[in-house]
Ligand binder design. Structure first.
Ligand code: SPD
Length: 283
C-alpha cells in the first residue's frame, strides 16, 4: 500500500514495514499479479508483487548469494542449473559467476517481471541476456511436469505460497523436481519467515521431507522481508552430498561477493532451537 510518501507492507499481528518512497517508477497489473517498482530513500529500488516486497537493490545480495552459492559450492561440479521463478534476475546473475555452469534454464511465469527488472533494475537483471541463460515464460509447475533432462542444482526462487507462487509449495511439484535432480543433485528453495510465518515454514519443510531423503534448513537475514530472519531449504538424495563443501573451489575462484564466504557457508546451517523444531515439524 502506498500512503503519502511511504510504501507500507502489512505483515502480521500489528506489524508493518514502511519504506520512504522518492518516486513510483512502475505500477501495473500483469496477467498474473500487481507489480510495482519504487525508488526509495534508503533501500534503493524496490520491487513488489501483490504488495509484498520481492527485492530491493540495497539488501538483495544477501538473499541472492545465499540461495545460489550455498548449493553451488556444495556441489562437486555444478553444470546444469534450473531456476524456478527469479524473474528479477538476481539469482541468475549469481549462478553464472560459477565457471563450471554451462547451462541455466530459468522458468518465470510473468514476463513483465523480467521486462521491468531489465528496465529498472539492470544491476539485478544484467545476466538474463547471458548466452548460458535460457528463459522460459511459463508456469514452473508445468515445466517440471514435462521436462526430462537432469539438473545438478535446482533453485526455487519463488514468491510466497499465495497467488501465482502457490503451486511451487506442494508435494506434486516437489516430486517432479526430485525426478529432475541428478543423483548427486541439490535443490534449494526459499522457505519463508521463521518469525512471521512459522506455519508456512513448517508446512514447506514437512512437504519437502515427504519427498526428499535429505532436507536441511539454513538461514539468512534480509531486512526488508517479514521478520528479517529468512529460511531456505536444502534438499538432496544422498546424506554425503549434504556434508560436502568445495572450499578449495571457493578460494580459487575469488568471486566478488558481498555476503557469502566460507564461514557463512558453515554458519548459515546453525539453527536456533525454535527453528530446529519448526523445520522438523514441531511448532
Ligand atoms: N516475502 C517475500 C518472499 C520473496 C522471495 N523471493 C524473492 C525473489 C527475489 N529474487
Amino acid at each position: 500500500m502506498i500512503s503519502g510518501i511511504w510504501y507500507t507492507e502489512d505483515h502480521k499481528d500489528g506489524v508493518t514495514l514502511s519504506l520512504k518512497v522518492k518516486e513510483t517508477l512502475v505500477s501495473k497489473r500483469t496477467p498474473f499479479q500487481k507489480l510495482d517498482i519504487y525508488e526509495t530513500e534508503k533501500y534503493g529500488t524496490l520491487l513488489t508483487l501483490d504488495d509484498l516486497v520481492m527485492t530491493t537493490t540495497k539488501d538483495e545480495f544477501v538473499y541472492h548469494e545465499l540461495i545460489t552459492h550455498v548449493p553451488l559450492f556444495a556441489h562437486k561440479q555444478p553444470e546444469r542449473v534450473l531456476i524456478i521463478g527469479g524473474g528479477d534476475g538476481g539469482t541468475a546473475r549469481e549462478v553464472v559467476k560459477h565457471p563450471t555452469v554451462t547451462h541455466v534454464d530459468m522458468v518465470e511465469i510473468d514476463q513483465d517481471v523480467v521486462e521491468m527488472s531489465k528496465q529498472y533494475m539492470p544491476f539485478l537483471s544484467e545476466d538474463l541476456t547471458n548466452p548460458k541463460v535460457h528463459l522460459f515464460f511459463q508456469d514452473g509447475v508445468e515445466f517440471v511436469k514435462k521436462a526430462s533432462t537432469a539438473y545438478d542444482v535446482i533453485i526455487i526462487d519463488s514468491t510466497d505460497p499465495i497467488g501465482p507462487g502457490e503451486g511451487l509449495f506442494n508435494s506434486e511439484f516437489y516430486t517432479n523436481c526430485l525426478k529432475l535432480l541428478s543423483d548427486d543433485g541439490i535443490l534449494v528453495a526459499q522457505a519463508e519467515s521463521v518469525f512471521n510465518c512459522p506455519d508456512w515454514v513448517w508446512q514447506t519443510f514437512a512437504k519437502l521431507r515427504e519427498v526428499f531423503p535429505v532436507v536441511k534448513a539454513y538461514l539468512g537475514t534480509i531486512p526488508t522481508y517479514p521478520g528479517g530472519l529468512w529460511s531456505f531449504a536444502f534438499c538432496c538424495k544422498q546424506p554425503e552430498v549434504a556434508q560436502f563443501f568445495d572450499e578449495a573451489r571457493y578460494e580459487k575462484l575469488q568471486l566478488d561477493l558481498r555476503y557469502y564466504n566460507q564461514a557463512i557457508h558453515r554458519a548459515c546451517f546453525a539453527l536456533p532451537n525454535f527453528v530446529q523444531k519448526l523445520c522438523q515439524g514441531r511448532i
